[in-house]
Design a binder for this molecule. Sequence first.
Ligand SMILES: *[C@@H]1O[C@H](CO)[C@@H](O)[C@H](O)[C@H]1NC(C)=O
Ligand SMILES: *[C@@H]1O[C@H](CO)[C@@H](O)[C@H](O)[C@H]1NC(C)=O
Ligand SMILES: *[C@@H]1O[C@H](CO)[C@@H](O)[C@H](O)[C@H]1NC(C)=O
Ligand SMILES: *[C@@H]1O[C@H](CO)[C@@H](O)[C@H](O)[C@H]1NC(C)=O
Ligand SMILES: *[C@@H]1O[C@H](CO)[C@@H](O)[C@H](O)[C@H]1NC(C)=O
Ligand SMILES: [Zn+2]
Ligand SMILES: [Zn+2]
Length: 608
Amino acid sequence: MWRVLFFISFFLVAIISAADLSKGNIGKSLERGLDEYINTGHKSKELTKTLKRLQFPGLFRKELKRGPLSDLLCVTCDVGIGAIIKARQLGASRDLLVDIVVKLCIWFNLEPDYICHKLINAHADTLVFIVDNASQATSKRACSILFQKEGCTDPDREDWTIDIPPRTHFGNNRKSPSGAAPLKVLQITDIHYDPDYTIGTNAACKEHICCQPGTTPERQEDAAGRWGDYRGCDLSMEIITNALDHIIATHENIDYFYYTGDIVDHNAWDTSISRNSDAVKTILRLFKTYFPSTPIYPILGNHEPHPVNAFSPDDANNTQLSTQWVFDLAAEEWKDWLPADTQKTILKGGYYTVLVRPGFRIVALNSNVCFTLNWWLMYDDVDPFDQLKWLVGVLLEAERNNEVVHIISHVPTGSGDCLQNYGKEFTRVVNRFADTIVAQFNGHTHKDENVIFFNSENPREAINVAFNGGSLTPYHHVNPNYVIYDIDPESYEVLDYALFIYNITDANLSPSLTPTWYQLYSFKRAYGVNSLRPNEMAKLAENIARNRSLAQQYFRFKFREADTKLAEGCDDDCHLLNICNMVIPYYGYTLHCEILSEIFKNSTTTKR
Ligand SMILES: *[C@@H]1O[C@H](CO)[C@@H](O)[C@H](O)[C@H]1NC(C)=O
Ligand SMILES: *[C@@H]1O[C@H](CO)[C@@H](O)[C@H](O)[C@H]1NC(C)=O
Ligand SMILES: *[C@@H]1O[C@H](CO)[C@@H](O)[C@H](O)[C@H]1NC(C)=O
Ligand SMILES: *[C@@H]1O[C@H](CO)[C@@H](O)[C@H](O)[C@H]1NC(C)=O
Ligand SMILES: *[C@@H]1O[C@H](CO)[C@@H](O)[C@H](O)[C@H]1NC(C)=O
Ligand SMILES: [Zn+2]
Ligand SMILES: [Zn+2]
């Protein structure tokens, strides 16, 4: 027995060191090749050979599983960005720098050539500014941000923290549910309006976004349908107005409406200030037409700025790189729904707070600043726009005034896409103000999923839930949806919610008819829970880990029974990922994921 174990571990060590060696060699070989290319413009045979092993197609829009390829990615990123920084220090011009980045994009097969050109050129000046002015930016630091969820790390980084005053005001702000008729709250998120969506074009393309004019499907089944497509298309105006028509006809008594971000489509290389502004204005004005007397609380998504994902700091105020225009636009377009005193923080950083009724406050955050593809994080990632500092101040005041709070934000902190440091500090805030914050509402992941936050001093106790509104866009492999929450009018806790969808496959079979919207499920009934309180949700997560048919149901609802997703199915790894995502409030927090994984694995072994 021991001999076998010894042999196995010896073997493993041998394999690991061989992989290490080849990783090191690849890094060296890439570094030599890039140096030569940058100095002489000559692409050596060795470089060509090395690049064959370093292919990461669609890297920024696909999940890259942890493993040998993600290890190679970290080395590649480190060497690639290192070469760019070095070249600039040695006096490379802006144009040479841009040329190198475009080449790297093409050589690593990140995107088709023409997209590499357009995308890099849209971001070029921002990247040059960051390389020139970010004093602490090292290649390792940049890679640890860009490829956080692929596991790239920076041994030298030190986390920042925000000041959170201890409790002085004791007693719980939370009230018991009143039993009165619940408020009906609509959440729509992630519309991703594509003004160019064209019926009959190619829905099975290789780019970020399909169903684009001028493209032709190879097969009839690849043609874009009138009512959308699962494979990478956003929404036509016709689909959006159909959804809104359906909502106002079906739900007469909506008390208010959360729009949790992402209006602009996934055509990320073709953005411009005017194109994005037009989309934002069009959709928000549509909301005004459909909901003339319903309060609407909107926030920005990571797709609203140009260039996409970028939220520039004050230091870039007076340059062409400034994304201040997106805050100016929000301040202008949201002002009919919000009190005048929200203007100051919207202009500063895209965030605001509103006292909706006595005792109930909404805090709207611009959590897009934590998105790992917001390049400006490489320049300065410390509490952008002083937002978390402001949040603490608002919550302290709310605590003193016996208010309860809903937090709405686009990028959930639990997503691997949100910088760990930001997520960790935000989770500290949620812990400190657990008696004040009753619920959170997010978008961005396009999935119907809930994330549970735990008491850091007593991890058995769950303290908060972040609900995700899914997406109206079917991008990708989901059916379009919106959510109606039942909210108690005294305690403002979420009592229940119902999810409404239509089946794209079915709708496209009869294109001349409008889609048949239906209620996919209502939460309490579907999961047999007594409430949606944090501890009850934590118990449910455990039950899902224990019960395969419940896990299968969670999977089906998470992707809103999209045909392509159901056909793909969900294996053990997929179920585990779904389950873990319910209990990861910020990237790198693994405690509850480990516990639930063990329960899941136990139930697998006993069942079979
Ligand atoms: C940042 O770098 C740019 C060149 O890319 C330069 O023009 C600018 O003055 C720098 N700004 C600061 C604040 O250092
Ligand atoms: C940049 O703009 C913000 C918001 O308008 C302002 O508060 C800040 O002082 C400006 N910074 C600089 C350096 O101009
Ligand atoms: C969606 O519609 C198609 C076509 O009618 C049907 O085959 C499929 O089963 C439906 N999907 C679900 C989950 O009901
Ligand atoms: C598992 O969940 C299903 C509902 O999806 C339920 O009908 C069944 O009784 C559960 N099984 C156990 C052992 O709890
Ligand atoms: C898993 O099963 C083992 C062996 O039956 C048991 O000791 C352990 O406590 C179980 N773990 C969980 C989390 O249920
Ligand atoms: Zn989105
Ligand atoms: Zn988003």
